[in-house]
Design a protein around this ligand. Structure first.
Ligand code: ADP
Ligand code: ZN
Length: 215
């Protein structure tokens, strides 16, 4: 299956992808995770991306699209199917993705759009914690680690993303409304859109998503 996850920051795209990728045998491709890894390793690409990510703006289309093209062409796991999380984020990215996937003969089958209300989004983003070593995601209230500040999976240190502060979140929401929301219509026109209520708990959203994809 080839799936694109849509929805505002904090809707739970990454959490859902992590929860269903093994059930469905899909490769999870997150541009946010790829960019954070590049920034952590201080690569030229990471250095270029940093100022955009930290202000809550978008990294240039050309740069992220190149990353995705490389991944899709060179990761053999992508052939079995993927869950795209955080890409596309602009109409241009969506159109370029379609071109890349037509060339590879593996077009997008479904887009799952996660809808969440603003108060839920803010609560999720401000309480989010991420493992420095493995990238696992926690929440201080909704999904706390067993030992405070320590990752259950690998023992790594948990930190708060620098873009999970109120000023940057406000900007990310604005960018979402202006640049990313139009993509929903794009996929709707293609007959590929499924909408989910993502205000619910992670487990319920997971079940809802699987039911939508299997039914
Ligand atoms: P969230 O979904 O919580 O906003 P992500 O981890 O998906 O977070 O993205 C974090 C940041 O990385 C974005 O605010 C943006 O700066 C950058 N980014 C991620 N994906 C893209 C993309 N497809 N196009 C442009 N910028 C991106
Ligand atoms: Zn970890």
């Amino acid at each position: 299956m080839r799936i694109v996850l849509l929805g505002p920051p904090g809707a739970g795209k990454g959490t859902l992808a992590t929860a269903i990728k093994d059930n469905l045998g899909l490769l999870h491709i997150s541009t946010g995770d790829i960019l954070r890894e590049e920034m952590k390793n201080n690569t030229p690409l990471g250095q270029e991306a940093k100022r955009y990510v930290e202000s809550g703006g978008l990294v240039p289309d050309e740069l992220v699209t190149r990353l995705i093209k490389n991944k899709l062409e060179n990761d053999p796991k992508a052939k079995k199917g993927f869950l795209m999380d955080g890409f596309p984020r602009t109409l241009k990215q969506a159109q370029d993705l379609d071109k890349i996937l037509v060339d590879l003969k593996m077009p997008v089958e479904w887009t799952l759009c996660l809808e969440a209300s603003l108060d839920v989004i803010l609560q999720r983003l401000t309480g989010r914690r991420v493992c420095k070593s493995c990238g696992a995601v926690y929440h201080v209230k909704n999904m706390p680690s067993k030992k405070e500040g320590i990752c259950d999976k690998c023992g790594g240190v948990l930190y708060q993303r620098t873009d999970d502060n109120e000023a940057t979140i406000t900007n990310r929401m604005k960018v979402y409304t202006e640049s990313t929301k139009p993509i929903i219509e794009y996929y709707k026109t293609q007959g590929k859109l499924k909408v989910l209520n993502a205000d619910k708990e992670a487990q319920e959203v997971k079940e809802l998503a699987l039911k939508n994809l299997n039914g």
